[in-house]
Design a protein around this ligand. Sequence first.
Ligand SMILES: [Zn+2]
Length: 109
Amino acid sequence: MTNEEKSKQLALKKAFKQQEKQAFIASLPMQVDDFHDLFENLDVKLSDEPCDHTLAHTEAFLHQQELPVQKVIFWLNQHGGCCDCEVLGNVEEKFENLQDALTVVCYTK
Ligand SMILES: [Zn+2]
């Protein structure tokens, strides 16, 4: 394989990853920033008391922020977040490295 082909493949791979991230962002029931706020909120709540294996803190946060509670909880369940600690354990990692995808979204607007 020539170097040119190699860099082409790499660019394709990168583009595919960006597309995946953008599709993920498009599937979200609320803003990425709202998710970050939710994770921070859960971090604080769960350091006070251990998870009781419900989404009580998540629900309280969503109500408080006037976010679409049912939609977000349905989405969280689909992504492995069936209680507050699972939201932090399973869902938060999906939001790592989203920042560059967001930057691209903004530039193309
Ligand atoms: Zn739990």
